[in-house]
Write a protein that binds this ligand. Structure first.
Ligand code: AHR
Length: 311
């Protein structure tokens, strides 16, 4: 199995890589060729071509962005190698270029977060016009960024919040911190920071504190929202530094293995499958959001929950 991973730039990615490596281990009967693309699509294209040359049985691709895959996936198809896409999606002209996709519903995550913010503001009696949001986006063009940004923008349109600034933090802590620092210098009214992953949130929190502000959901504080629900992210949710953290589940190893076992047995697999994901908040101000008629729990985080989670 050849696995091309976006890059080890976040806690989420570490959990994802560990899940793949522990599943596709030698003792489980696999040979895994792992490639860390360092967030660059050209590295992923090279990795896939190397996998084809090495005649792997399966290619697993966690694509950095959605576009630009048609040619290389055609090469894999011509070589007769099934391609399993995980986590983020690919946008290709012909969906027979890959065998199956399993991953996150980033738009649903963004909508959950936006509905949580609306519920929180209503419960606290904060007027929509008093909500001034900075959006630290993920890697532009990635499924996780596209969906989470869209979920927020829908909330902005629906509720009339003020979207003060929007800039990519590349899903990294360093860039999240840098972007937050510059936004705080430019705008003095930001009171909500919508970070599109946990590592950006860690960086943003450092920048907020360094600028002399407090983080949290109380009046006068800057409220930080995030995605991923990594162990470190939920620990900062428990301490109240992140007020709402929406899950993006990284444990794809066993899911990919199940797909491969089905394919080996000649069984059909679904073309697309979303994984189940949850959401947590630092308190119980909002415990449920509704999106298109479906209710989603927002669970107040506890140490017990953190200790019982697999990542
Ligand atoms: O595609 C998943 C996202 O990518 C995760 O939210 C983030 O941590 C990673 O960089």
């Amino acid at each position: 199995v050849g696995f091309s991973q976006v890059g080890a730039e976040s806690d989420w990615r570490t959990a994802n890589t560990e899940s793949m490596k522990s599943t596709f281990s030698e003792e489980n009967g696999y040979e895994l060729i792992f490639d860390d693309a360092q967030q660059k699509q050209e590295n992923q294209l090279t990795a896939i071509r190397n996998f084809i040359q090495q005649e792997v049985d399966y290619i697993v691709l966690a694509p950095v962005t959605e576009t630009g895959w048609d040619t290389v996936l055609q090469e894999a198809k011509d070589a007769g190698i099934p391609v399993i896409i995980v986590d983020r999606m690919v946008d290709v002209s012909d969906d027979s270029l890959y065998t199956t996709w399993i991953g996150t519903d980033a738009l649903c995550e963004g909508r959950k977060a936006a509905e949580w913010l609306n519920g929180f503001a209503e419960a606290k009696g904060i007027a929509a016009s008093d909500i001034h949001i900075a959006d630290i986006q993920g890697t532009i063009g990635s499924t996780a960024q596209i969906g989470r940004t869209k979920g927020l923008e829908e909330g902005v349109d629906k509720y009339g919040w003020d979207l003060v600034a929007q800039q990519t933090g590349e899903f990294t802590q360093a860039k999240g911190q840098e972007v937050m620092e510059s936004m705080l210098k430019q705008y003095d009214n930001i009171n909500v920071v919508y970070c599109e992953n946990d590592n950006e949130a860690f960086g943003a929190i450092d920048a907020i504190k360094a600028a002399g502000y407090e983080v949290g959901g109380e009046e006068g504080q800057i409220l930080v929202m995030s995605f991923d629900t990594t162990n470190a992210g939920l620990t900062q949710t428990l301490s109240g530094e992140i007020t709402c953290d929406t899950e993006c589940n990284p444990l794809h190893g066993p899911r990919v293995e199940e797909i491969i076992q089905k394919l080996e047995a000649g069984e059909d697999v679904d073309k697309q499958a979303f994984v189940d994901e949850v959401a947590f908040a630092s308190d119980d101000t909002v415990t449920k959001v509704t999106i298109d008629g479906t209710d989603y729990d927002i669970t107040p985080i506890t140490q017990e929950i953190i200790d019982g989670r697999a990542y």
